[in-house]
Structure formats: structure tokens, C-alpha cells
Design a protein around this ligand. Structure first.
Ligand code: SF4
Length: 751
């Protein structure tokens, strides 16, 4: 462990550290933990221990000084943008008085000045407000000056942000050219050797190490202040410093404390032109970290803007889904002044999802939305945002005398219900495939990603033999049939689940053919009607808030009442999709239902088309499963954590990601990280079972967890090497043969 060093006298007089530099009187309390270790610190004038650090949280000192943690948002019942100060970044401003800033990151080699300029121009023309560019060393820093000038010469004043890891001296250089510097508190002042484990047993040990942070960081802070540059203190879940990991663990709290430490240093230099970020590839962790940061800022009296992003979200629909869940949730909290949707795609493709999420955020703030929020009956929102825990619910059970098995109606890790009509049942083979069934000689079988139940929007008459046979065969395969009560009364289906409006529960007459009952609520029910579920014999509640209510708040109210009355009925979120592009669907669903599921509120999803929408049955089902996987509930495919690539990338990330996903995409329960480089540290692999990481030009390192197992494998052999590794660790299975082959095989066996 390094001893705390007295560095401040080298850079400025002691008088600069008096409390007047801090805007909030509530921060005047000085934490002097390190000074309590005489002999460790040899200070002639001012030493690190004499600086004003935010009091530590673990010991409870912060609670004593600032009181308990505040809430993460202004008002849980009415969406309001979290009030933040204005941070200037060239012509762009961040803060609650300004539109949410949309940004991306270049993927070119930074030394390729022309190529980078051209990509920045494409991004600016697309509509982005800011572009980030990676800066590895002095050569790249030199290129940055040319990139900045080249863009200005062509009439583009779009601000540029340097992405810095390690290299404080390079950051100093690039601050002369770019409008913003992003530093990673996890590695800005740490060398690679600091990935080694360290043990800090108490606040004193922890604080005493701050000397080298101050030494590395103050010059950059002073330079940014002098040149009026903006800064992002960008914490990353996967690259917390060994010091933070040792003391706080791999936790949202560690992420927040890491950022606060760097903010403390900025504030001591009276520099406030900075924003924070708390990125993670897991949207649940990411949401928790950002909320904790907002709550800590509220307690400390700070108002720094926040940049949102889900890191290493991946590509295509999955990448959009994860981003929508994380970013959409926080924007619905009123948190977020700037956004990046990180995708393993060219940066221009990030614009549409980014702009869409930002516009969805705006929709929460309209007078019409405020009216819908206000229309939700009052309730006590007691969610604890500092912990994640899925609400416990009881799955349907089998009872004596049941003619069919009702346990398959729902899945313990999260359920998917598909909305279907009689017309779809006219082509059974196509239909079975669309709901994810395997088939053998025309018989459907439930598979890993089969819809657990179906909601029939009309019921085929007895005379429609084809549709009736399909229903019976699906029931025999444990696919549940949920049918609205009035339809079921008119045209009975044996062993169906009768779906009854909750408001009519007291008077509903359930037909004999119904094996179970489910209820549907539109949020207009009274507290008493919702609480009555305690005494109703029901397998699930479908929550489908009316258009006149805020879905988020109406749903939270239902959960609050269920919690108050200790009702453990499973709740399925029903959402009707409006006409739109399929690529936008993941965004809509992730940002609409995601905010409930990341709070552990809900047991599944039912996606249906609005009357004017024509999304396919299979697409709606796979999107539903994507939502559950993105919310870390139910894995039905391989989880890929892939970086978006940047100037540091050591192989063609898009091509390699496509290759790996085509060969390993059939392994639910397996998570694979694909990283263009190791700059963020092995912690990036924290969320993955296996890692495929650029180690050197043309060479790949393979990881199991955070440990490198094979080093320096030539690119062209690395995918095979990864598969070998997955096999070695017993997590491989061969892909299943195509459907036709199964049918043929089965047909031969029965011939
Ligand atoms: S992990 Fe990917 S995006 Fe991150 S610095 Fe390395 S190459 Fe760039």
C-alpha cells in the first residue's frame, strides 16, 4: 500500500483549500481520518488528510453530518427532471435547463485524422450533439488537435470529448484541443499493476491512499478550469479500482463512492464544470448505481448533471433493449441530462435509438402526461431503491382432480403470454413455430422459449376442427389458454383460464369449463377491489393500465397495494404496441415495461398489437423474451456483453461479434464478453462466464470469468478456441438440428 503523500504544496498555496472554495456550507466538515495515523503522513504545509473530503459512508459519519440518504427523484408520483446546474461544453450545455444531450463515440483509429473527421461529420449530420474519441497516447493526442481543427475548418463546431484511461499526461495534452475530457476514476491514476488485489480494512487505510489520486488529478482539474473545459467523471462497474473494490466491493455503492472522491477533488479546486456517469452492462446494476448517485447528490446538496448509458450493451435488438431498460427507467425517474446508446454498430446507427429514448423522456414531462400521473389514485410508494429484490409470488399449483396440468401456465423466472386469434390457428405448423414450440410429426412441444400461455382474443367454434385441435394439442403440451370471461361463456374451452375484469370480480359467474381464474386490472380499481385479490382464487393478475393513466404509476400503485396486503399473486404486464418500426419496438417495450421489472415488480409480459399495428406473433414473442433477459429474469439465449468498439479496438468487432454469436448463440445461461481491448480491466468480464478480448494487434486473449486462460491466440483461431474453452468448462451443447430434420427423424422412427 502506498503511503499518503503531501503533494498539494507543489501545486498551489495552502490558502486555496479553505472552505470558501466550496459552494455549500453543508460540506464544511473536514474528514481527517488519515491524519489519525501519525507517521504515515509527513506534511510541511497542507496534506491530503487536510483536504475536505465528503465524510465516509461506511462508518456512518456521512449520516451524522448530512442526515440520511435522500430519495433518488424529486417526486415519486409526478415525473420531474432532476434540477441540475448548467455545465458548458463548447456550444453545448448540459443540465436541467437544457435539452437532453445526445452523444456517441467514434470507432475509427484516432491517428487516422481524416477518417475520424469524416466519421464525426456523419455523426453531426445525423443529429448528435457531441462525439467522444478515444485517446490512448501522445500520438493520438496530437491527432486530436488536427481533428478539432479539421472539423472547425469544415464548419463543424460539434464538441469533442476525449476518452481517457490511465495517462494523466496525455489528458493534459488533449484538454488543449477538446471541449471535454472523460476520465475513469477506476484507472485514471492507477497503473495496470493496480488490478492486483489490495486490502483496506478501515477508512484510514482507504483515505490515506488518496495522495496519488490528488497528484495525478489536480493538474488536469486546473487545466480544465483554466480552459473552461467540461469533464465527465465516468465510473464503470467493470473497472473499479482495486482500492474501491477492496473497500466497497463490486457494488453500486463502490461506483458512487469512486466518483464522489474525484468530485471532491474537483470541488476543492473550485471547478464545477463536470458531469457524472455510472455505467454497467447489467441494466439492473446500472439503474441502482445512478439512483444512488442522484440520492447521494441530493443529500450532499450537489446538483451536477448526469450522463446515462448502459455499457457493452451489444448489438441489434438486444443492445437496444438493454439500453432502453436502463436509460428509459432513469429518464422516467427524471434523471439524466445526456445520453449515449452504446451499440456494437457504426456510431451513426446509435442516433435513432438515442433520439427516441430522449423523446420518450420528454413525453413523461408533457402536461398530458402530468394529467395521467395525477389521475392515478394516491398510494404509498415504499420501494427501496438501494436494494434489488424481485417481488415474491406464488406460481399456479396442481390440484387433485385437475384434468390438465396448470403448472405450465407461468414460468418461475418470468413468463411470456402471447395474444392470438382464431385466424392464426388456421396454419398450425406455422403457428406452433411462431409461439416457439418444437414440433415432431406435427405435434407441438414446449421448448425453452415457447410462450407459456396464450390469450385468445376470439374463440374458434367447435366446428373449427383445425383450430380446436391446435388448442387441445397445445394444452396437452402445457401451454395455458387464457380466455376473456364473456368469450368463454359464449364458446366454452375445457380447462381454460377465465380472464375476469378485477372490478367485476364480486359478481362474475365463472363457467364450468374454466379450470382456473385470472383477473385483469386497468388501474381504475379502488384499493378495496385490488385488496380483494387476497381472498380470490386466482392464478395471475394481468396489469393493463388504461390510456387515461400513467402506466408506470398506475402499475406501481397496484404493486404497493398488493404489498400492503401481502398478496403474492403473479402479475403480468400487458402492453399494446402502436404501429411502428420493428427496430423501435425493443425501445418502446424496454422503456415502458422495463422500469417496472428492474424494480423487481412483475412476473412476465404480454405484448399485443394495437388495432393499427401489425407486428408478427413470433416477433412479439422474441421481443418479450428479450425484455425478460434484459431485466435479468429469464435467459433463453446466450447473453452477449460486447463493447461498442472505439479507436482502441484490436479486431473487427462487428464481424467477430457476428461470428461468435452465430456459433454460440444457442447457449442459454452462458454469458460471453467480447471486448475490443483490455483497457477497462478484467472487471469488464465480471458479468460474463467467458471473455474474448483483444490482447495485441492480431491476437486475442480468452478469459474464464476475470482470469485470462489463453493468451495471444491468433485472431483466426480465436473463435474455435473460445468454443473449446466453453466445452472444457462443461457449458457447451451442440446446436439442435433444424426443425425439418427433427420431423423427418421422428417420422422415420414412427414409420
Ligand atoms: S473495451 Fe472496446 S470500447 Fe472500451 S476501450 Fe476497449 S475497444 Fe474501446
Amino acid at each position: 500500500m502506498r503511503a499518503a503523500v503531501c503533494v498539494l504544496a507543489l501545486v498551489l498555496p495552502a490558502s486555496a483549500f479553505v472552505a470558501r472554495t466550496l459552494p455549500s456550507s453543508s460540506t464544511r466538515r473536514v474528514h481527517r481520518a488519515a491524519a489519525a495515523k501519525p507517521g504515515d503522513v509527513d506534511c510541511d504545509e497542507v496534506c491530503v488528510a487536510d483536504l475536505e473530503w465528503t465524510p465516509p459512508v461506511k462508518s456512518g459519519e456521512r449520516d451524522e453530518v448530512f442526515g440520511p440518504l435522500k430519495d433518488y427523484c424529486v417526486d415519486r408520483r409526478v415525473v420531474q427532471r432532476r434540477p441540475t446546474r448548467t455545465v458548458e461544453c463548447g456550444p453545448v450545455k448540459f443540465g436541467s435547463e437544457h435539452p437532453v444531450v445526445r452523444q456517441t463515440m467514434a470507432t475509427t483509429d484516432t491517428k487516422d485524422v481524416e477518417g475520424t473527421i469524416e466519421q464525426c461529420i456523419r455523426c453531426a449530420d445525423e443529429g448528435f450533439d457531441l462525439v467522444r474519441i478515444t485517446v490512448q497516447g501522445m500520438k493520438e493526442a496530437d491527432a486530436c488537435a488536427k481533428i478539432r481543427q479539421g472539423l472547425l475548418d469544415r464548419g463543424y463546431d460539434i464538441p469533442l470529448c476525449a476518452d481517457m484511461h490511465f495517462q494523466p499526461k496525455v489528458a493534459m495534452k488533449v484538454a488543449e484541443a477538446f471541449e471535454k475530457i472523460r476520465i475513469n476514476p477506476g484507472n485514471f491514476a492507477d497503473g495496470r499493476k493496480d488490478f492486483e488485489e489490495k486490502i483496506y480494512e478501515n477508512d484510514e487505510d482507504y483515505v490515506a491512499e488518496r495522495g496519488y489520486l490528488v497528484e495525478a488529478f489536480y493538474p488536469l482539474v486546473d487545466k480544465c478550469k483554466e480552459l473552461n473545459r467540461a469533464m465527465r467523471i465516468g465510473t464503470n462497474h467493470g473497472s473499479l479500482s482495486s482500492r474501491v473494490l477492496s473497500f466497497y466491493g463490486d457494488t453500486p455503492r463502490g461506483m458512487v463512492e469512486s466518483a464522489i472522491e474525484f468530485a471532491d477533488m474537483c470541488r476543492q479546486r473550485d471547478y464545477h464544470n463536470f458531469v457524472f456517469s455510472m455505467k454497467a452492462s447489467n441494466p439492473v446494476v446500472m439503474v441502482q448505481a445512478y439512483r444512488l448517485l442522484a440520492a447521494e447528490q441530493a443529500r450532499l446538496g450537489w446538483d451536477y448533471p448526469i450522463h446515462l448509458g448502459v455499457t457493452e450493451a451489444g448489438e441489434g435488438e438486444d443492445g437496444r433493449m438493454k439500453s432502453a431498460i436502463g436509460i428509459g427507467t432513469l429518464l422516467a425517474d427524471g434523471i439524466g441530462d445526456t445520453v449515449r446508446v452504446s451499440l456494437t454498430e457504426d456510431p451513426e446507427y446509435e442516433y435513432k435509438p438515442c433520439a427516441r429514448l430522449v423523446s420518450l423522456a420528454g413525453e413523461h414531462l408533457t402536461p398530458e402526461s402530468a394529467k395521467k400521473q395525477g389521475a392515478v389514485a394516491k398510494f404509498d410508494d415504499t420501494r427501496d431503491f438501494t436494494k434489488y429484490g424481485r417481488r415474491e409470488s406464488s406460481l399456479p399449483e396442481q390440484r387433485e382432480g385437475d384434468a390438465t396440468d396448470f403448472r405450465g401456465l407461468l414460468h418461475r423466472d418470468g413468463s411470456v403470454i402471447s395474444s392470438v386469434n382464431t385466424e392464426m390457428l388456421q396454419s398450425p405448423d406455422y403457428f406452433y413455430k411462431a409461439i416457439g414450440c418444437k414440433t415432431a410429426v406435427g405435434m407441438p412441444f414446449k421448448d425453452i422459449a415457447t410462450s407459456d400461455s396464450l390469450l385468445l382474443t376470439d374463440v374458434p367454434p367447435e366446428s373449427d376442427k383445425k383450430a380446436r385441435t391446435a388448442i387441445r394439442r397445445l394444452q396437452e403440451s402445457n401451454v395455458g389458454m387464457v380466455v376473456p370471461l364473456d368469450l368463454l361463456k359464449e364458446t366454452p374451452i375445457d380447462n381454460a383460464v377465465a380472464l375476469v375484469p378485477l372490478a367485476e370480480a364480486a359478481t362474475a359467474e365463472i363457467p364450468e369449463c374454466a379450470g382456473r381464474v385470472a383477473y385483469i386490472a386497468d388501474g381504475s380499481e379502488t384499493d378495496t377491489q385490488i385488496a380483494a385479490l387476497k381472498d380470490l382464487d386466482s392464478v395471475m393478475l394481468i396489469s393493463h393500465p388504461a390510456e387515461t393513466l400513467s402506466r408506470l404509476h398506475a402499475s406501481r400503485r397496484i404493486f404497493a397495494i398488493l404489498k400492503e396486503h401481502e398478496i403474492d399473486i403473479p402479475v403480468i404486464h400487458m402492453m399494446e404496441a402502436a404501429k411502428g418500426e420493428t427496430t423501435e419496438m425493443a425501445l418502446e417495450v424496454g422503456a415502458t415495461v422495463g422500469p417496472l421489472l428492474v424494480d423487481g415488480l412483475g412476473d412476465g409480459v404480454l405484448l399485443a398489437n394495437k388495432p393499427d399495428a401489425t407486428f408478427g406473433l413470433e416477433f412479439l414473442r422474441t421481443t418479450s423474451f428479450g425484455l425478460l433477459q434484459g431485466c435479468r429474469m429469464r435467459n433463453t439465449k446466450t447473453e452477449f456483453v460486447s463493447c461498442p468498439s472505439c479507436g482502441r479496438t484490436l479486431f473487427d468487432l462487428q464481424e467477430v461479434t457476428a461470428q461468435i454469436s452465430s456459433r454460440t448463440g444457442h447457449l442459454p445461461g452462458v454469458a460471453i464478453a467480447i471486448m475490443g481491448c483490455i483497457v477497462n480491466g478484467p472487471g469488464e468480464m465480471a458479468d460474463a462466464d467467458f471473455g474474448y478480448v483483444g490482447g495485441a494487434p492480431g491476437k486475442v486473449d480468452l478469459y474464464v470469468g476475470k482470469e485470462v486462460i489463453r493468451r495471444g491466440i491468433p485472431n483466426e483461431e480465436a473463435c474455435d478456441g473460445l468454443i473449446e474453452l466453453i466445452k472444457e468448462y462443461g457449458m457447451w451443447k451442440d446446436p439442435e438440428p433444424e426443425e425439418e430434420e427433427v420431423v423427418e427423424e421422428e417420422a422415420l422412427q414412427t414409420a
